[in-house]
Design a protein around this ligand. Structure first.
Ligand SMILES: Cc1cc2nc3c(=O)[nH]c(=O)nc-3n(C[C@H](O)[C@H](O)[C@H](O)COP(=O)(O)OP(=O)(O)OC[C@H]3O[C@@H](n4cnc5c(N)ncnc54)[C@H](O)[C@@H]3O)c2cc1C
Ligand SMILES: *[C@@H]1O[C@H](CO)[C@@H](O)[C@H](O)[C@H]1NC(C)=O
Length: 508
C-alpha cells in the first residue's frame, strides 16, 4: 500500500546536474511516475560542461574522474556506457594511488630559468609530507591552528631555519612552496588555504586509481544518463524562484488532492509537489537561501550554509602553433622568484592577478588535442579575471609565458577562459570545509525539512548536490552519491512501515 502511494507521489528536483539526474534515475528505476526536473539553464550537466576549442574538445567544468576505481560510481557508470579508454579501465590504473599529483612536471621561474630536479624533488616531498600531516587532525580532533594555510606556513618556517642552502636556493625553495600553495587553492577551490579549516581537512577522502578523463568529453556521461529518463522530464530555461513548504496546496489538475510543497518559478509557473529535492550549488544557495525557501530555513541550516566554503577555480585554455614544452611534460609550473609563503603581503589583485596561476596542465595526447595548455587560477584573482576580455587575458598570458621561457616570440593562437563565479546559477566552482566548519555543518545542510520527524508530512524539502557529501564534496562522484542518497531516503520512506521509517530517519 505504501509503495503504491510512493510511486504516485509528486517529486520535483531542482537542478539538472549530476546530483539531480542521479536522483531522478534512481527514483524512475524504482517506479516513481511523477518526477519533474526544473533547470534554470537551457542544458543538463551543470558543472559538467564540455565544449569545443578550435578543433578540440575541452572541459569548462569537471575534467577528471578522481579516483577511478570500483568504489567510484562515476567510474562505474562511465565504464558501463563505454566512455573510457582501455588504459583508464585497466586494473593497474585502478590500483594506482597517487592522490591526484601528476608526475612529469617542468618548473619555470620568473627569471626565465628552469629549476633543477634536485631542488624541486626535495621541496615537493616536503610539501606533500606537510600536506599529509595537515590531514591527520581529523583523527585527533585537535587543531593547533584554525586553518590549513596557517599550519603549513608555520611548518614551512620551522623547516626553513634548518636549511643549509645558500640564500639564492633558499629563496627559490620558498618561491616553489608558494606555487604549491596556489595549486592547493585550485584543488580546494578557495582564495587562500588560510580559509580552509584544519580540523576538517582530512574529512575529504580520496579513492584509489590514477585520475582519468573522458576522451569524448565528460558531458557524454550526462547524455548517456539522460537517455535513461523520459525526455519530457526536464523543464529547461526555468529558474525556480521559491519553494513554498509546510502548507496545503491544491493541484491544478486534481483539486481534490493537496500537496505540502509548491515550487514557484520565475516565469510564474507553479508546480505542487509532495517532495522537492534541491540540488542548486552551495554558491547559489548562499546568495538566495532567504528567498528560495519559504518559510525560511531554520537557523541551524542557515548558519552552516553561511559557514561552509564555496570558492572559485577557473581554467584558461591556450592553443599554440608549436609546443614550447618537452613532449612528456604533463604540468608546467610557474615560480615567481620574489614570492614566499612566510611574508604577510596583501596581493594587488587587479594588477597582479596572473601571479595567482600556479601553472598549466598539458592536454594529452597531442594527436588528440594539438598543442593546448590549461592554466589554473583560484580565488579573488580568478574572479577578477572573469571581468577581463579574452584579449586582455591573452595579452597577460603571452607576457607571462615569454617572461618564464625567456622566448620573446611565443604567442598563443587562441584562448578560452571559464567564468564560474559570474555564472548566476553556480556563483563559483565547488565547496570546501572552511575555517570554523566541521562535518556537522554538512550534516545540517543535508537535514530534510521539516526538521521534526513527527511531522505528519515528512520529507517535504530534501537537499543534495556536491556540497552535501561528507567525504567526496567538490567532486562528480560526491554529487552523484548525494543524489542517490536523497532518492533512497524517499524510497525507504515509502517502502518501510511508518514506524520503521521513523526509527530509521532518527538514526540518520
Ligand atoms: C572548474 C571546475 C573543475 C572541476 N573539476 C572536477 C574534476 O576534475 N573532477 C570532479 O569530480 N569534479 C570536478 N568539479 C566539480 C564537479 O563539476 C561538481 O562537483 C559536480 O558537477 C556538481 O554537481 P551538482 O549536481 O552538485 O551541481 P551542478 O552540476 O552545479 O547542478 C546544479 C544545477 O542547478 C541549476 N540551478 C541553480 N539554481 C537554480 C534555480 N534557481 N532553478 C533551477 N535550477 C537551478 C544549475 O543551473 C545546475 O544545472 C569541477 C568543477 C569546476 C567548476
Ligand atoms: C508550519 O505550519 C504550522 C501550522 O500552521 C506552524 O505551527 C509551524 O510554525 C510552521 N513551521 C514553520 C517552519 O514555519
Amino acid at each position: 500500500m505504501d509503495k503504491l502511494q510512493g510511486i504516485d507521489s509528486h517529486i520535483v528536483i531542482i537542478g539538472c546536474g549530476m546530483s539531480g539526474i542521479g536522483a531522478a534515475l534512481k527514483l524512475t528505476k524504482e517506479g516513481f511516475k511523477n518526477i519533474k526536473i526544473i533547470e534554470a539553464t537551457g542544458r543538463s550537466g551543470g558543472r559538467i560542461k564540455t565544449t569545443t576549442f578550435g578543433n578540440v574538445i575541452v572541459e569548462i567544468g569537471a575534467n577528471w574522474i578522481h579516483g577511478p576505481s570500483k568504489a567510484n560510481p562515476v567510474f562505474q557508470l562511465a565504464c558501463e556506457h563505454g566512455l573510457l579508454d582501455s588504459q583508464a579501465m585497466s586494473e593497474e590504473n585502478q590500483a594506482l594511488d597517487v592522490e591526484g599529483h601528476p608526475s612529469f612536471q617542468s618548473f619555470y621561474s620568473s627569471s626565465g630559468n628552469k629549476l633543477t630536479p634536485e631542488l624541486t624533488k626535495s621541496v615537493s616531498q616536503l610539501f606533500l609530507t606537510l600536506l599529509g600531516k595537515s590531514k591527520e587532525f581529523i583523527l585527533t580532533e585537535k587543531e593547533p591552528y584554525p586553518s590549513v594555510g596557517e599550519f603549513l606556513k608555520k611548518e614551512i618556517a620551522k623547516h626553513a631555519v634548518e636549511w643549509k642552502d645558500d640564500a639564492e636556493t633558499k629563496k627559490l625553495k620558498l618561491a616553489l612552496l608558494t606555487m604549491m600553495l596556489k595549486l592547493e587553492c585550485c584543488f580546494s577551490g578557495t582564495h587562500s588555504m588560510d580559509l580552509v579549516g584544519l580540523g576538517a581537512f582530512g574529512g575529504y577522502k580520496t579513492l584509489p586509481g590514477l585520475d582519468c578523463t573522458f576522451p569524448g568529453g565528460y558531458e557524454g556521461l550526462i547524455d548517456a544518463m539522460m537517455k535513461g529518463l523520459p525526455e519530457s522530464i526536464v523543464s529547461y530555461n526555468n529558474p525556480v524562484k521559491c519553494v513554498h513548504w509546510n502548507w496545503s496546496f491544491r493541484g491544478a489538475n486534481s483539486p481534490e488532492q493537496t500537496f505540502p510543497v509548491m515550487v514557484e518559478c520565475e516565469n510564474g509557473e507553479t508546480v505542487p509537489a509532495n517532495h522537492v529535492i534541491v540540488t542548486v550549488p552551495l554558491g547559489y544557495l548562499k546568495e538566495h537561501y532567504e528567498t528560495l525557501i519559504n518559510p525560511s530555513l531554520p537557523l541551524s541550516k542557515v548558519h552552516s550554509i553561511q559557514r561552509m566554503g564555496f570558492g572559485t577555480n577557473n581554467k584558461i585554455f591556450l592553443e599554440f602553433e608549436e609546443p614550447f614544452w618537452e613532449p612528456d611534460c604533463e604540468v608546467i609550473n610557474l615560480i615567481w622568484e620574489d614570492e614566499t609563503p612566510l611574508a604577510d603581503v596583501k596581493p594587488d589583485v587587479n594588477q597582479f592577478w596572473m601571479k595567482k596561476i600556479f601553472g598549466f596542465t598539458v592536454l594529452h595526447p597531442p594527436e588528440r588535442y594539438g598543442h593546448v595548455l590549461c592554466g589554473w587560477i583560484a580565488g579573488h584573482e580568478s574572479e577578477y579575471m572573469e571581468t577581463l576580455s579574452d584579449t586582455e587575458v591573452k595579452n597577460s598570458m603571452t607576457e607571462v609565458i615569454r617572461k618564464f621561457t625567456g622566448n620573446p616570440s611565443i604567442t598563443p593562437k587562441r584562448i578560452l577562459q571559464s567564468k564560474w563565479h559570474s555564472d548566476p546559477y553556480t556563483k563559483g566552482s565547488y565547496s570546501y570545509v572552511a575555517v570554523g566548519c566541521s562535518g556537522s555543518d554538512i550534516e545540517n545542510i543535508v537535514q530534510p525539512l521539516p526538521l521534526q520527524e513527527t511531522d505528519t508530512k515528512p520529507l517535504q524539502v530534501l537537499f543534495a548536490g556536491e556540497a552535501t557529501h561528507q567525504s567526496f564534496y567538490s567532486t562528480t562522484h560526491g554529487a552523484l552519491l548525494s543524489g542517490w542518497r536523497e532518492a533512497d531516503r524517499l524510497i525507504t520512506h515509502y517502502t518501510q512501515s511508518p514506524l520503521i521509517s521513523q526509527n530509521f530517519s532518527s538514526k540518520l
